[in-house]
Design a protein around this ligand. Sequence first.
Ligand code: NAG
Ligand code: NAG
Ligand code: NAG
Ligand code: NAG
Ligand code: NAG
Length: 379
Amino acid sequence: MSHPLSLITFLSLLFHFSTVAATTIGVTYMSSPGLPPPEEVVIILQSLKITAVRLPVADPNIIRAFSYTNISLFLSIPNSLIPSISANRSAASRWLYDHVIPFYPRAHITAISVGTNVLAEGDVTSADRVIPAIHNIHRSLIDMGIRQIMISTTFSFVNIMTTSFPPSSAEFQEPASNFIIKPLLDYLTETNSSFFVSLYPYSVYKLRPEIPIGFALFQEHAFNFREDTITGVRYRNLFDLMVDAVIAAMAVAGHENIPVVVAETGWPNFDPSNAVEARDVYSKMYLQGLVNHLRSGKGTPLRKEGVAEVYIYELFDTNDTATKGLKSDGTGQKWGFCYPNMSMKFEVGFCNGGSTMTVSAVKVVTEFLLLAIGLLISC
Ligand SMILES: *[C@@H]1O[C@H](CO)[C@@H](O)[C@H](O)[C@H]1NC(C)=O
Ligand SMILES: *[C@@H]1O[C@H](CO)[C@@H](O)[C@H](O)[C@H]1NC(C)=O
Ligand SMILES: *[C@@H]1O[C@H](CO)[C@@H](O)[C@H](O)[C@H]1NC(C)=O
Ligand SMILES: *[C@@H]1O[C@H](CO)[C@@H](O)[C@H](O)[C@H]1NC(C)=O
Ligand SMILES: *[C@@H]1O[C@H](CO)[C@@H](O)[C@H](O)[C@H]1NC(C)=O
């Protein structure tokens, strides 16, 4: 077995690009029956130099596949488990015994989101239980001697913000602000954790026809800016403007220094309700523009170091029961940038300015690695 390992090490050195990355760039990955097994997905992610993965469905077999890789994992606990976990410490421990303890630290789990988008469900009682559920997961982890995993919950930008124009006037919506966001911010400060938010310039762009598409797609043109009318700060892209709206709202709530993790962002390449902007060419522009912007290390006007992590939505088109993604009948939006055969729908370089391997090089390397592993194992 030493041969395939040294071969992989050699190839990863060969394709190593020394880039200074302020922000960790990851992808959202969900498995489904027509998709390759997680072991193969891990190899393609490594060849793309993707170092972080968000698993909305924390399947133990998938978590296991990331053992001994340098890819960090962001796990989510389903909303349906929040009532039992909030009521019962042993339910919290049980989830950790199934999803974390068998794999940690060989699988580099760095974050757990207790629920996703709970405010979108309009059920205030289940949202009410998020904070106690977070505390129970936190205490159980501490009892198990694990202190390095961040625990939080993921909000969706549109469900928590009053306005994003101008960003300096943004605040969190009531009643959510008082009953869930503020207690969460106190907890995040105490535990050095981060604020997780899903942020879609695509949705804001669709709602506000006056926004130029180039502003949403990171196209730098002389006229592609919006000025914050209160602070006079100029924004060159919608992503930064939305991030700063979140940071301004946190500051109003008394917590301006909490790191921000963008749990989801992306641009659909197919949307039955929008044949104009939901296309490969725009999806590629958004993703490459995002990566280049994050890699530039410029941060945002309100946060020089930028956001801590960003997870691109998503690796493959999946049947997501939420508001976006393919519906179970096979219709709906497509956000994935890879086909099920693991070739990319369009080229995106995750290192810097598209200077990474080309699609065909990725495929050749992947096929070669799989072949080499297969050959050496069969010997
Ligand atoms: C994994 O990451 C650590 C710390 O970032 C680094 O020291 C190590 O060389 C990496 N290993 C591989 C195989 O890339
Ligand atoms: C807590 O959960 C455990 C196992 O998950 C169960 O056996 C126990 O009855 C629960 N206790 C309460 C009070 O719900
Ligand atoms: C949070 O970080 C600060 C500074 O890095 C450290 O002093 C403190 O012990 C940390 N607190 C926790 C709960 O990890
Ligand atoms: C989504 O679900 C439909 C029906 O169950 C299935 O035909 C289709 O292959 C699924 N697509 C993906 C990407 O899982
Ligand atoms: C992968 O799948 C896509 C879409 O079905 C197809 O266009 C492409 O040719 C396939 N690539 C390979 C190498 O099979």
